[in-house]
Design a protein around this ligand. Structure first.
Ligand SMILES: [Zn+2]
Length: 235
């Protein structure tokens, strides 16, 4: 279902693991947070479920967006000051994050444990790499481990999480080529020609199609007569 909902995207969907499905989409690798939110919102809305998108930047910052039935339920940023260049203020601690929401969304985990994972600072006694925080969160919430340390690029390099192989992964087919403006205008014109009447054969020699209303030609031949070039469609 997830793979179907992601059809046409550059993405890989892992096989279900318990009640969960992990997907790796190119917008995550690009760290495009607007596109990540749009995708997560759409998936959780269409599939009526909770969806958690986790972003790790250079292993220094971990952020997440939790959506439920299409609505943003909670977000988190482990280091809001990270990209705040030139600021003289001390690095601030993690912002956002709601252990109660996370535990409720996935029906698992101890709120206290999740809360301590979210609040743990970096450095001595804390996390050195944000992948560690991700690993702990995934474990605490009983989510599939294969989400940790994996990106779409991993699959492109032929690297698969432990216990999984290429043929278990579903690739959400390559995106359709962008339809250019002229092509779109042509298609709109073509579609406006309406339906063909099979009881009135197209007058062009050898054409098996019926003529459209107000013309002696079929859609294709009418298009070619008006536009004076080949018709790119045949539906
Ligand atoms: Zn024709």
């Amino acid at each position: 279902m997830v793979a179907q909902a992601m059809r046409g995207r550059r993405a890989v969907v892992a096989p279900n693991s318990g009640h969960f499905t992990v997907a790796f989409d190119s917008v995550c690798d690009d760290q495009d947070s607007e596109a990540i939110q749009a995708l997560t919102s759409r998936l959780s809305g269409e599939l009526r479920c909770s969806a958690l998108a986790v972003i790790i930047h250079d292993d220094d910052v971990l952020g997440y967006f939790l959506y439920h039935n299409g609505e943003l339920a909670n977000w988190y940023n482990s280091c809001p000051s990270y990209l705040d260049f030139g600021s003289t203020k001390e690095p601030s601690g993690p912002a956002g994050g709601n252990a109660e929401r996370l535990c409720a969304a996935f029906g698992a985990g101890s709120q206290q444990e999740v809360e301590s994972i979210l609040r743990k600072q970096r450095g001595r006694g804390g996390y050195v790499f944000e992948t560690e925080r991700h690993r702990d969160l995934v474990r605490a919430l009983s989510l599939p481990k294969l989400a940790v340390g994996t990106a779409l690029a991993s699959f492109d390099r032929g690297e698969y999480p432990d216990g999984l192989s290429a043929d278990q992964m579903v690739r959400a087919a390559d995106p359709p080529p962008m339809e250019n403006r002229q092509r779109r205008l042509d298609r709109e014109f073509y579609d406006r020609l309406g339906t063909e009447d099979s009881s009135r054969p197209c007058k062009r020699d050898g054409c098996p199609r019926g003529a459209i209303v107000n013309s002696v030609l079929c859609k294709r031949h009418h298009f070619e007569m008006i536009q004076r070039r080949d018709c790119p469609f045949d539906h």
